[in-house]
Design a protein around this ligand. Structure first.
Ligand SMILES: *Cc1c(COP(=O)(O)O)cnc(C)c1O
Length: 371
């Protein structure tokens, strides 16, 4: 599979075959009647939103979601015609959102009232909206007790129509929190029942993110929303085996230095050598997403299959790594993360998670699609 020419600069390779594999694995977990929404916010988790979305659109995904209106606009500009749910739009962008046929999540009376006003001004009829309920994450969402008041707003206006109601799980990947998650599912079922009885029609209902899909099949309902799974992570050692990371972050050795005992490396002279060592300088730094928390021996890159730990502080555009025991030369390939170690294992070294390192990879790094 890796017939890629050797890289000559820092690149993020995106493997569309891996994306297809992950999509098909997730699809195999849901029933034919359950729709699949692909979450492509934050540049498709740091990969390449428009290419990913176009590819998934060809694979007949049902829906897309982004966080912000501008992300939805970029997808429309790139020719995405499937419905796009905007999970966290701000009222200042509602006009643009309507102009580009994006569908808002409305999560409180401020956002609902404001959207109703804009939809009326823009002379909309039955504009699709999505009502979000809070079932325990305590981030965004109406409460069950708000349903009557939501209905009172909706029934006097024909400018919008509720296309779905949804909620979000707080700890679907953590089986120690199973009881909490089951309570969220129960709460959402109660909300759904009451909502449908109150408004008199049946919007789609959805609740599960990737780990919800894998761990709570009883909660798939009418649609599931997957992000991290598409990009190759199942949030557990066992599930990760079924997924293939789509992104590989690669770089090259720019220069090799011999550091004598007593010399220092990098800013603030943070590393002081107590023996003769060899370092390699790599063109990737904290401006590229490799935060300073990976410095001083925490994080490592892989060169010829061996770990090379970061020496001293991470610079803006560079890291220096210890290659004393690695037979390597200037121009040789460096793997930051990919299949082994994957982004989750890389992130663990700095006490964080795949989601953070993936979405942190700066836009200045070239994306290379492998089809
Ligand atoms: C980001 C997000 C998702 C995707 O979650 P994954 O764990 O990446 O599958 C789903 N739903 C909502 C509301 C989100 O914000």
């Amino acid at each position: 599979m890796n017939s890629m020419p050797k890289t000559q600069e820092t690149v993020l390779e995106i493997d569309l075959n891996a994306l297809k594999h992950n999509f098909q694995y997730l699809k195999s977990k849901i029933s034919k009647d359950t729709k699949f929404l692909a979450v492509v916010k934050a540049y498709a988790y740091g990969s390449e939103a428009t290419e990913i979305a176009n590819y998934l659109q060809d694979l007949q995904v049902d829906y897309f979601a982004v966080a912000y209106t501008s992300e939805g606009v970029a997808l429309r500009d790139a020719g995405i015609t499937k419905p796009i749910l905007v999970l966290h739009p701000q009222p200042v962008n509602y006009k643009i959102l309507i102009a580009r046929c994006l569908e808002p999540s409305l999560y409180n009376f401020t956002s609902l009232n404001s959207f109703l006003e804009t939809a009326l001004e823009e002379k909309q009829q039955n504009y699709p909206i999505h009502i979000k309920f809070n079932t325990g994450l305590n981030r965004l969402g109406f409460d069950e007790v708000d349903i009557e008041a939501i209905y009172n707003k909706l029934k006097v206006s024909s400018s919008v129509k509720v296309k779905s109601i949804f909620s979000h799980l707080a700890a679907s990947e953590d089986l120690n929190e199973k009881e909490f998650t089951l309570n969220q599912i129960k709460a959402f079922q109660s909300i759904s029942k009451k909502f449908i009885e109150t408004v008199g029609y049946k919007p789609m209902r959805h609740l599960c993110n990737t780990s919800g899909i894998l761990n709570y099949p009883e909660a798939h309902l009418d649609m599931v929303r997957s992000g991290i799974g598409l990009y190759g992570f199942g949030n557990s050692e066992i599930e990760n085996k079924h997924f293939t990371p789509i992104a590989t972050l690669k770089s090259v050795i720019s220069q090799i230095h011999t550091i004598e005992k007593g010399e220092t490396v990098g800013y603030n002279r943070a590393f002081k050598s107590d023996s003769l060592i060899k370092t390699a300088t790599i063109p990737i730094g904290h401006a590229d997403g490799i935060g300073r928390q990976y410095g001083n021996g925490k994080g490592f890159v892989t060169i010829h299959g061996k770990p090379a730990y970061i020496v001293g502080n991470v610079c803006m555009d560079m890291i220096m790594v210890n290659v004393t025991d690695i037979d390597c030369q200037e121009g040789d390939e460096v793997i930051v993360f990919g299949k082994k170690p994957n982004a989750s294992e890389f992130a663990e070294r700095a006490n964080t998670i795949s989601y953070e390192i993936l979405t942190a990879i700066s836009q200045r790094i070239k994306r290379l699609l492998i089809k």
